[in-house]
Design a protein around this ligand. Structure first.
Ligand code: SF4
Ligand code: SF4
Length: 149
């Protein structure tokens, strides 16, 4: 199956789940505007699940403040959970990465606009109504590193 076939399948699946007649908004990508220290937003160092050395939902896997994953929740870290971690998901399932994941570090970001959202809006206007204007320090689960990263 090539990339276009996969894209077609995803679009068809999304069309099926769209039951209320409304269009899909960017919450389907879990887009987050920055909170607190924007320079550190979306990284483990500002996530509630971070114990300072590990992640409370990833078991004993060593974690640094510069990492990130799809389960990020902004807030004070939980040092009290060090040693009490539960391996609820694997690092692979969580999408654990060791890179900066804000829009400013994403290949789809240009001049305050998300080119991925723009492309989806243009190619499937009946399905998507994604707010294309994004914060440089925001993030979403479709973040991809720039090709030269
Ligand atoms: S691995 Fe994910 S859930 Fe765990 S501290 Fe980092 S961002 Fe938070
Ligand atoms: S620029 Fe990247 S991280 Fe930001 S909203 Fe678009 S896809 Fe997500």
């Amino acid at each position: 199956m090539n990339r276009d076939d996969i894209k077609k399948l995803v679009i068809e699946a999304l069309s099926e789940v769209k039951k209320d007649g409304g269009k899909l908004k960017r919450d389907i990508f879990i887009y987050l505007d920055p909170k607190g220290d924007g320079e550190k937003f979306a990284q483990c160092g500002t996530c509630r699940m971070f114990t300072g050395k590990t992640c409370s939902i990833l078991g004993k896997q060593k974690i640094t403040p510069e990492m990130s994953c799809d389960y990020y929740v902004n807030g004070p870290i939980s040092k009290g959970l060090l040693g009490k971690e539960v391996a609820s998901v694997t690092p692979k399932e969580a999408g654990l990465v060791n890179r900066q994941v804000r829009c400013e570090n994403c290949r789809s970001f240009k001049d305050g606009v998300c080119l991925l959202y723009q492309t989806l809006n243009k190619s499937n206007p009946d399905l998507f109504d994604l707010d294309e204007k994004v914060n440089a320090q925001g993030c979403c689960n479709a973040q991809m590193p720039k090709s030269n990263d």
